[in-house]
Write a protein that binds this ligand. Sequence first.
Ligand code: SIN
Ligand code: MN
Length: 212
Amino acid sequence: MKLSSGKEAEIPENALHIRGFRIFKEYLDKAAQRALVEDLREVVRAAPLFSPVTPGGKKMSVQMTSAGNYGWYSDKNGYRYAAQHPSGNDWPPIPQPVLRIWADLVSAARSPDCCLVNHYRDTARMGMHQDRDEADFSWPVLSISLGDEALFRMGNLTRGGKTESIWLHSGDVVVMGGEARLRYHGVDRIKPGTSQLLLKGGRINLTCRVVD
Ligand code: SIN
Ligand code: MN
């Protein structure tokens, strides 16, 4: 919006701001969530979910796959982006609605290279970590939550210290950019049975990243 002074006015956005994390509650309505789940069925058909192993040899409790030019991958050789699914096939394209959300909340100038699909069942969790396998941290990471509620914890630029948590619900979208881009974050637990969106329950989280 242009002011009479010629300066751009701040457009107030409908987001919670916690430690630089921009949290858009109920960004996707039920119909948009259902349509996205249908698109993700195609993704998972082409690139089945797998259970990654940490460099230390521990099986992660989330299952994952990816869409886009790169997929995030982990095994005893380390965390990295891979150009192919473990099957040797290319990753499927990122669903259009995801690209639209990215264009609306992050940038229309460049699309993400990777949409990581994390599937949390019952006791799955994600330990506190930084997203730092990407080349350019000026690009935010965009996170979309679908299905059961999850307790999302936001920390600091180094491990430890005080943290703040928020329950992410189906349809919520988080942008981790600026001062939040390298903050530690994780998912302590999900609350099984809090959403009917996924036929077999659980939670799906999508994180979109510019990789190189
Ligand atoms: C992640 O940080 O990779 C996942 C965050 C989430 O599941 O909400
Ligand atoms: Mn992360």
